[in-house]
Design a protein around this ligand. Structure first.
Ligand SMILES: [Zn+2]
Length: 260
């Protein structure tokens, strides 16, 4: 039994006991961990405020018999501005869900995930870019970093530079000579291929340095939904966010994708 302290981002919270809760935290140096926050009077207020979803905080944790209990917590960044607009909040929730759903609890996580997530939440909070595009850029980088996506810099079969197709079965982009071998391939607009390459070639906040036409952004979103469905499964928070960000009357296409 020991007390440790670390910094982390709260991805999820669930009620536990009479006034306590459990929180899932992405740690700075070591994956995700569920922790208990007791509802006792001496721990309310400041500690509870640092243990809500979206909060990046420093936690002091008592570890005993495999259970982690928060004894003290100090808020570093709350990303409170996300709560001002429903679509920003919805896309922010999608980012947290995607990471919670794909990273294995307790496992040493890729240490790039937390910086990427914090950077993306900051872009979303400050409204520097359209929320949907911000979330899609995060998705591309996250899938590339996590090994869910092959390099987009060339054809996955022959390495040719010019690619205009994407196949889930092949695991990436395809050139005109190779596309016919993959029945599940779909045509992809050039601007979407370029978006994947732009993000792959850059690190940090520079990944957010491009814009797309409405049409290309729609195609990018549709392709990423297909990839997520096949590689990660359903991410309900994304469908909710897409419904929030569409003007009334414009319906999000409902499609069932095969798990290939
Ligand atoms: Zn090829």
């Amino acid at each position: 039994m020991s007390t440790i302290d670390f910094r982390g981002l709260v991805l999820k919270e669930q009620p536990a006991g009479e006034s306590g809760k459990r929180i899932l935290v992405l740690r700075e140096n070591g994956g995700q961990v569920w922790m208990t926050v007791r509802g006792a009077k001496n721990i309310r207020g400041k500690v509870m405020a640092a243990c809500q979803s979206f909060c990046f905080s420093r936690f002091w944790v008592f570890e005993g018999r495999g259970f982690w209990t928060v004894t003290r917590a100090e808020l570093i960044e709350s990303f409170y501005g996300l709560r001002e607009e429903l679509d920003r909040l919805a896309y922010g929730s999608y980012l947290l869900s995607l990471v919670a759903q794909t990273a294995v609890e307790g496992e040493m996580a890729d240490q790039q995930t937390l910086p990427l997530l914090l950077q993306t939440l900051a872009v979303l909070e400050k409204d520097l870019l359209l929320p949907r595009l911000t979330a899609m850029i995060f998705t591309i980088k996250y899938l590339q970093m996590s090994g869910f996506l092959a390099s987009s810099l060339g054809c996955v079969c022959c390495g040719a530079q010019e690619t205009m197709w994407f196949s889930l079965a092949a695991g990436g982009f395809l050139c005109a000579s190779c596309e016919a071998k993959w029945p599940d391939r779909v045509a992809v607009p050039g601007a979407v291929v370029e978006a994947f390459r732009f993000v792959e070639r850059r690190q940090g906040s520079r990944i957010f340095g491009f814009r797309l036409s409405e049409e290309a952004e729609q195609a990018l979103t549709e392709l990423l939904r297909r990839i997520l469905w096949a590689r990660v499964g359903e991410v309900k928070a994304l469908d909710f966010a897409l419904r929030c960000s569409h003007p009334p009357g414009q319906k999000v296409e409902e499609k069932d994708y095969d798990h290939t």
